[in-house]
Design a binder for this molecule. Structure first.
Ligand code: NDP
Length: 449
């Protein structure tokens, strides 16, 4: 069956692709299984060199990849350039990590005990459409660094950058079969990877709903899983914060048109500064440039699909305190929208995954922590205050995996990324990312006799 890939800004088809089914998935797993012994035996310095070469090729093809990503996802070209830059950084980081993923020696009676980090085998990587190549690289980098071979399934909506990366991986000299990119449906290819007895692990990013299916399916073969799922993160603004700075950062929720698992889509504001903050936040949001993703000055593009726009719209049923401008006509456009809410409202409970910010008032620190934690999710969040002790107290009290103080940035190549609660488990990025793609083996050598 063929798949038509659309440009979300124009609704025009940009590619027609053949979709893989169960048979092609099995063939890809067989190829990855066959080359696994050779790939895991590549000397660490050589594996590092190959990953470094992938990073360099991504840099050399940066503009081309950014254009592919921008056109396929509808994301502004400036943002896409930054994301491709990060993809290169990820490969550089894990190239450097190959020979620094040490084992331990452990005191033991009668001999010496030591640990080794062994690869898992063939890993299945299923990624979403919001940051297609970026999220793929967070999994590919550590998986390859540890010596695993890979079947990568991009989202149906956004397969183009992964296909191009598959070519660059070969050009870098990584042998055929080590990285297999399969375009196909989640319910077919994704499902088969979960079931396949020769797949050792699923690295998954996507909805909590599908994450649950991954976990259930993985149980049959005791597959390892890393789940990076949804979020409903809080941006907590205290009265002693630099309000102007906090309000001037509307991208914490509107970046990537809100299609971001780290979107701070609940903005918790202390009552004493609520009106001042809201006014400044509306002014900043009015300034967000929405339009043609190919234009350098554009800050927000359309949503990814018509179906997704429908879902996002369903969250704005009452009066919005602010609704911005968006192009009319073709394209899956949705304006920046600000609503006042309580934490019990649907817009504050469920992941909207669109440019909709829910502003929620709170009384004091205890109340802020209670509301921020009153969600099944626990991915990211921000704390805005000039009081250092409070910043640390609240950071320790929040049930979330990735927090920032006086900043809205969540993702760094060097630091672990992942969720608490129903936002998933396992960590990506940083040296911790390697833990999810290796097993610890303990070996005891007797020194007696
Ligand atoms: P999904 O969770 O459905 O998709 C994520 C990936 O999983 C895609 O590659 C998809 O394939 C695949 N998939 C879908 N069904 C299965 C299955 N049964 N078995 C294995 N793999 C499967 O997310 P959606 O794209 O539908 O988005 C829905 C909502 O999920 C969003 O509105 C948002 O709330 C949340 N989401 C969260 C993300 C995050 O970063 N945490 C990312 C994306 C979505 P395919 O698309 O090809 O069918």
């Amino acid at each position: 069956m063929t798949l038509t890939v659309l440009d979300p800004a124009t609704e025009e088809p940009i590619a027609e692709l053949e979709q893989a089914g169960v048979e092609e998935t099995d063939e890809a797993v067989a190829r990855a299984t066959e080359v696994y012994p050779a790939w895991r035996s590549v000397a660490p310095a050589d594996r590092a060199r190959l990953l470094r070469r992938v990073a360099t090729l991504v840099e050399e093809h940066g503009e081309e990849l950014a254009k592919i990503e921008s056109r396929n996802v509808g994301k502004p070209i400036s943002g896409a350039r930054g994301e491709i830059g990060m993809v290169a950084q990820v490969f550089h980081f894990y190239a450097g990590a190959v020979d620094k993923h040490y084992g331990q020696t452990i005191p033991a009676a009668g001999g010496e005990a030591m640990t080794f980090r062994e690869p898992l085998g063939v890993v299945g990587l299923t990624v979403p459409w919001n940051f297609p190549l970026n999220i793929a690289s967070w999994k590919l980098g550590p998986a390859l660094a540890c010596g695993n071979t890979v079947v990568l399934k991009p989202a149906e909506l956004t397969p183009l950058s992964a296909l191009r990366l598959g070519e660059l991986v070969l050009e870098a000299g990584i042998p055929e079969g080590v990285v297999n990119v399969l375009v196909g449906k989640g319910s077919v290819v994704g499902q088969r990877l979960i079931e396949h007895p020769d797949v050792a692990k699923i690295g998954f990013t996507g909805s909590t709903e599908v994450g649950r299916l991954v976990m259930q399916g993985a149980a049959a073969t005791i597959k390892r899983v890393t789940l990076e799922l949804g979020g409903k993160s809080a941006n907590v603004i205290f009265e002693d914060a630099d309000l102007e700075r906090a309000a001037a950062a509307p991208y914490a929720v509107f970046d990537n048109a809100g299609q971001d698992c780290c979107a701070r889509s609940r903005i918790l504001v202390q009552k004493s500064v609520y009106d001042r903050f809201l006014g400044a936040f509306i002014t900043a949001t009015e300034g967000v440039e929405v339009g043609d993703p190919a234009d350098d000055s554009t800050e927000m593009g359309p949503l990814v699909s018509a179906a997704h726009r429908e879902t996002v719209s369903s969250f704005v049923d009452g009066e919005a305190v602010f609704s911005g401008k968006a192009p009319s006509g073709k394209g899956f456009w949705f304006p920046c929208t600000i609503v006042e809410a309580t934490n019990g409202d649907r817009v504050a409970r469920e992941e909207v995954f669109g440019p909709v910010a829910a502003i929620i008032p709170f009384e004091g620190e205890e109340d802020a922590i209670r509301i921020a934690n009153d969600t099944p999710y626990g991915l990211s969040g921000s704390i805005w205050t000039r009081n250092g002790a409070r910043a640390l107290r609240v950071a320790r009290a929040l049930e979330a995996g990735v927090l920032s103080v006086n900043s809205n940035s969540s993702v760094r190549v060097q630091t672990p990324f992942g969720g608490f609660k129903q936002s998933g488990f396992g960590r990506e990025l940083g040296m911790q990312g390697l833990d999810g793609y290796s097993e610890v083996k303990s070996v005891f050598i007797s020194t007696e006799g």
